[in-house]
Design a binder for this molecule. Sequence first.
Ligand code: SF4
Ligand code: SF4
Length: 310
Amino acid sequence: DGGRASEEEYLGVALKHGFTKETMGAPLLMLDGTIGIDYEIQKINGKWFNEVLVAGRLREFDLLISAAHFKGHSGTGFGGALKNIGIGCVSKGGKVQAHTGKNLTRNFEKCVDECTACIDICPTHSLQKDSNNKIIYNQDTCKLCYMCVSACNEEVFQREKIAREQFIEHMIDNALGVVEFFGQDKIFYINYAIDITHQCDCSGGSDVNFVQDVGILASRDPVAVDMACVDLVHKSPALHSSCLDGLYIPEKDGIHEWFSYIPRFDYENNETDLNKEGKYQDFWKIQLNAAEKLGLGTKNYNLIEITELE
Ligand code: SF4
Ligand code: SF4
């Protein structure tokens, strides 16, 4: 609920959710700057990307503690530590590139004469009109915030249409960029596996929790901590009145693969499919497998249970 175009808008959304400097005991800031154009380019050897737009303000810190809400996600199956760094720790442009790839075509022949929406919104003055009223784009000064794309109501900008698998692997390439920029040994991951809804927190609406709270998990390994959360959710009974209630979901050795049955975003029809037919789709495995393959961690873990803090 609310805009996410600038730090000011993000902080407004955070306030509505109860996150303030006072409630958190620390300043809140957007890692890619006040308007999302502060980034560092990290070269990587990813599956799809060889460069990642890492959020620039990470350069100001010595250690990074990722505190993620673990829950379902209609695009990536679930959201946890990997998504928190692969989407949360890249710039605005890095987020867009994860979702739609890096290829963007611009056909300014389709412009409307009197329109200046993209020029007005561009923070770097990289779009201007020439004496013939034609848009000139300056690639050298563009900071890849994609605000011009959002502002345009014509079919000037065409993004790549990518499959969901590719989006998930883009996100993991981004995570690799963040880890290589910051240093694998300087990042610690905490997953709050509580209030587990089928939808991500960035969605305007969701549902009641589909399983009971699992707990708070921590690790130096983002793959292990996400895998452990998935396993614990799959060992939990579904809650009544949730999106999973009433579906026939097979059980094996006390495990239900809930994340294979939650509602998901249908990229073909561009809408959320509530999956009332109970179709099986294990997209949640893609991010874990891709991350393990890129050396971000391992799906094998030892779970040490702590019930009381000393
Ligand atoms: S040209 Fe577009 S993407 Fe580049 S800085 Fe301006 S608004 Fe952002
Ligand atoms: S917002 Fe779109 S139509 Fe308007 S000037 Fe920019 S590119 Fe052209």
